[in-house]
Design a protein around this ligand. Structure first.
Ligand code: HEM
Length: 412
């Protein structure tokens, strides 16, 4: 694309009015912004950041760049349950609430705890692969989201919080509805659905928490028991903090991981030479997952607010300026990645920002990586000729990049 075209794209960019084709392929727009307006002012006075180094600088400085969203969410959500939820969860809070909750959650997601989940995960994935095989025999094709990618995180997080298997069904819809309300544009329908989902979720969790209080689980591995009990001799979470952080945890590991698996499987179809490479060298699965996270990051946007006057990339801004951090753009920044628009499953180094960085870096990243490695690694080896059976259906979201359906055949 010519420099003039890129400049025009950058100049007209507005996150609430996205150009046609953006959802299918936002990367030319991200490139235009990186090159011509890397700190781009939006009509509402916020800034949209696309350069790798700028994102790193923001992530590292939690004093200057706050995660607290009360100011931003009040006008958006008013006095609603969505407001209460999104302003009480750790991801959208600063110390001391953030430190307290993070410590409790991180303590249950240690490398040892995660390694102990691997056998169960392999069994789950193999069961789903068997089921897909039977489905494909009957119907000719399967849906890699419905039949596979979305079924994995729901079981994993369900196990982590000890949600009984037969009570997990509504979790996915609640999660989609609550996270959907974080999109830059919020329709009344999405707002209502989000609030309804928080209400139903709270209702469900009140019962689950009461049962767990009566019968605590093993605090080393059961996150809900940890969150209920708090640190030994430390502070405990209030009832409201407990509820909203359970909801957050269920949501955080859900759509994001579904999208990692779905996006990765589609990328392998679009880049057959890379798939052949993975088939020939299965040990590449770890770097392949990192590349999938970089190339088609399931979480494309993050947000911060300035606590004091700052300058980013030569642009001066006052305190209380809202920032959107574009992970999808930073992950293709040529100043950090050689040949960033190419999909290379053996890429190294690969210091992508798919899990963000700094104090709020994803607390579930090791678990997400393991889910991706087991799910994609085993599917590719079991069905080496799987193929798309029609165009995958995009979710149409900007913040969370992924598919709602991926029709596929499993090959001979
Ligand atoms: C591919 C899958 C995943 C991706 C791409 C992802 C991405 C992210 C990102 C970008 C953040 C930082 C948000 C910010 O500060 O702006 C985050 C935070 C978080 N994620 Fe993940 N995540 C994934 C899976 C998971 C899983 C499986 C879990 C839990 C089981 C999880 C739990 C969390 C938690 C608790 C936080 C908040 C950390 C904090 O604020 O200190 N995530 N995630």
């Amino acid at each position: 694309m010519r420099a003039d075209d890129l400049r025009a794209i950058a100049e007209s960019f507005e996150v609430t009015r996205l150009p046609a084709g953006f959802h299918d392929n936002p990367f030319p727009v991200y490139r235009a912004l990186r090159e011509h307006a890397p700190v781009k002012r939006m009509a509402d006075g916020s800034y949209f950041l696309t350069r790798y180094d700028d994102l790193i600088a923001v992530y590292k400085d939690t004093r200057t760049y706050s995660s607290d969203k009360k100011l931003e969410f009040k006008p958006k959500y008013g006095d609603s349950l969505l407001y209460e939820h999104h302003t009480t969860s750790l991801v959208f809070s600063d110390p001391p609430l953030h430190t307290r909750v993070r410590k409790l959650i991180a303590g249950a997601l240690t490398p040892r705890a995660i390694a102990s989940m691997e056998d169960g995960l392999i069994r789950l994935v193999d069961t789903l692969l068997d089921r897909m095989h039977d489905n494909a025999q009957r119907n000719g094709k399967v849906d890699l989201i419905e039949d596979f990618a979305s079924a994995i995180p729901i079981e994993v997080i369900g196990n982590l919080l000890g949600v009984p298997v037969d009570e997990r069904e509504p979790l996915r819809d609640w999660s989609l509805a609550i996270l959907g309300a974080l999109e830059p544009v919020l329709s009344p329908e999405v707002f209502d659905a989000g609030n309804r989902a928080v209400a139903e979720f709270i209702d469900y969790l009140n019962g689950l928490i009461a049962r767990r209080r009566a019968q605590p689980g093993n605090a080393d591995t059961d996150v809900l028991t940890r969150l209920i009990q708090g640190e030994p001799d430390g502070e405990k979470l209030s009832a409201k903090e407990l509820l909203h952080n359970c909801i957050f945890l269920l949501n955080a590991g859900h759509e994001t991981t579904t999208n990692l698996i779905g996006n990765g499987l589609v990328s392998l179809c679009e880049y057959p030479a890379q798939r052949a490479r993975l088939l020939a060298s299965p040990e590449l699965i770890k770097s392949a997952i990192e590349e999938m996270l970089r190339f088609e990051s399931s979480n494309q946007l993050g947000n911060r607010i300035t606590t004091q006057a700052v300058e980013i990339g030569g642009v001066a801004m006052p305190a209380q300026t809202r920032l959107t951090l574009c992970i999808g753009a930073a992950n293709r920044d040529p100043s950090q990645f050689d040949d960033p628009e190419s999909f290379d499953i053996a890429r190294g180094p690969n210091r992508h920002l798919a899990f963000a960085s700094g104090a709020h870096a994803c607390a579930g990243m090791s678990l997400a990586r393991l889910e991706g490695q087991v799910a994609i690694g085993r599917l590719v080896q079991r069905f080496p000729n799987y193929a798309l059976a029609g165009a995958p259906l995009r979710s149409g979201r900007v913040r969370f990049r992924g598919f709602l359906q991926i029709p596929a055949t499993l090959g001979g």
